[in-house]
Write a protein that binds this ligand. Structure first.
Ligand code: EPU
Length: 423
């Protein structure tokens, strides 16, 4: 059954949108719960496919998850070290966190190589370098990673590439290792601090998360705790871009302003009126949008996850804007789809040149990956006529209750499947 989004664009939107818990934290916090010996309660989880897939995987491993829309009670006490060479692990990128968590708890794991968005090559060599440094033997057999260790011992690990996934995965494997681990050249994203906070609440001893040196003293055991996830800075940033594109006054609440500095700076440079409050931001309507240049970097630089939605907005700026992705140089699949809607682009190496201002028209397009999907939703709201977006499971992997949220600010957006018609 294929489901599509139908958007009737050209309306100005206003009202308030509330941001949910961070996807990229959630997908690490749930595997982290595996390391505890008793129930872990996580509040504020986003209602997205990746989270539901992880609940299923915890169930496959013999754990139990009781959850409502936003809260999960994960009981990992009866987990078994079942190999997961295929199946649900293939549905999301973040299943790689099961490697670190299961290695930490059972000293062994078999995890199928992860799926998720195709953004060009996404190696996990730094994760594996870390596991090996901690004493694990790691092999790749028929598309699955096999990890085994007699015991895990703390080590000094220098990451050759600054990687969110490797930093978190090494933390997961090291918290129960014997002795001290130091991760140097660690990633500094807020999600790393969130995972370290959960692990410390479980009894771990992690210092320096959020800086480029993380120090971990191994402990004997971890126990359950209560944790509230941070808000999703990428969801917030996406709605800030959307508000700049089609808003006539949109308030976005449940945000941490410090996490949004990159997008706030770039939208201001475009001439978008922004009022930042303590935990909410108000985006006003700009008379005209100015062109900008953007380069993505690791945190606190401009996030790669927001460059795709931003390219949709830049079709409305006057003049040529240049967007360069230094993290994923080929993360530009949205461009071909936006071209079909009337956008004017030129690709030069790892940069997209967006030639504005152009009028967009609704047509049939495809969400090739999560953030490309977000770009198409913004373009669909901007476009005249109807936009039909296929492959929306990508969008549902990462944007919690998106139809509900956009409808509440006046968007005409509906999900239709061949059999049913759901608002
Ligand atoms: N890299 C390596 N070797 C490794 C790991 C990474 O060369 O072992 C390279 C990657 O190819 C990339 C760069 O290092 O060029 C950064 O990759 P990183 O490991 O930081 O990315 P990730 O952990 O796989 C997370 C988010 C992505 C987000 C990136 C960058 C999750 C589950 N995913 O991916 O989020 O784009 O960090 O910030 O946390 C998204 O939300 O749409 C998304 C793709």
């Amino acid at each position: 059954m294929s489901e599509k989004l139908f958007i009737n664009g050209g309306r100005k939107l206003s009202g308030t949108i509330s941001v949910d818990g961070a996807k990229n934290s959630a997908v690490a916090l749930i595997p982290a719960a595996i390391l505890a010996e008793s129930e872990v309660v996580i509040e504020g989880l986003p209602d997205i496919l990746d989270v539901h897939t992880l609940y299923k995987i915890i169930g496959e491993l013999g754990g139990s998850v009781r959850h409502d829309q936003q809260k999960a009670i994960i009981d990992p006490s009866h987990l078994v070290d079942m190999p997961l060479p295929s199946g649900n692990v293939k549905k999301l990128r973040a299943s790689y966190y099961l490697m670190g968590a299961m290695l930490g708890r059972f000293k062994k794991a078999v995890i199928g190589l992860p799926g998720g968005c195709y953004l060009g090559p996404r190696p996990i060599d730094q994760h594996i370098k870390g596991f090996k440094a901690l004493g694990a033997e790691v092999t790749n057999e028929q598309g699955a990673i096999y990890l085994r260790a007699n015991e895990l011992r703390g080590a000094r690990i220098y990451l050759d590439v600054v990687s969110v996934g490797a930093t978190i995965n090494i933390m997961l494997a090291a918290v129960l290792a014997k002795g001290k681990t130091v991760i140097e050249n660690a990633a500094k994203e807020p999600e790393i601090i969130d995972v370290a906070t959960l692990l410390n609440n479980m009894g771990a001893n992690i210092k320096g998360a959020g800086t480029d040196t993380i120090r971990i003293k191994g402990v004997e055991k971890l126990t359950g705790c209560h944790h509230t996830i941070i808000p999703d800075r990428i969801e917030a940033g996406t709605y800030m871009i959307l508000a700049a594109a089609v808003g006539k006054g949109i308030r976005i609440e449940n945000i941490i302003p410090d996490h949004l500095e990159g997008i706030q700076a770039k939208l201001s440079e475009m001439g978008v009126p922004i009022e930042m409050g303590e935990d909410a931001v108000f985006i006003g309507e700009a008379d005209r949008l100015k062109r900008i240049d953007v380069k993505t970097y690791t945190y606190p630089g401009f996030p790669t996850d927001l460059q795709q939605p931003l390219t949709a907005l830049l079709t409305q700026a006057e003049g040529n804007s240049i967007v360069t992705d230094t993290i994923y140089p080929s993360r530009f699949k949205q461009i071909a789809e936006l071209e079909r809607m009337g956008g004017c682009f030129k690709m030069e190496g790892r940069s997209a040149i967006i030639m504005g201002k152009t009028d967009l028209q609704g047509t049939k397009v495809k969400a090739t990956d999560l953030r490309a999907g977000a770009a198409l939703v913004i373009a669909g709201l901007l476009a005249s006529g109807q936009t039909e977006i296929a492959e929306i499971h990508h969008i549902e992997r990462g944007y919690s209750r998106i139809i509900e949220k956009l409808t509440s600010i006046g968007a005409d957006i509906k999900k239709k499947s061949t059999e049913t018609f759901i608002h």
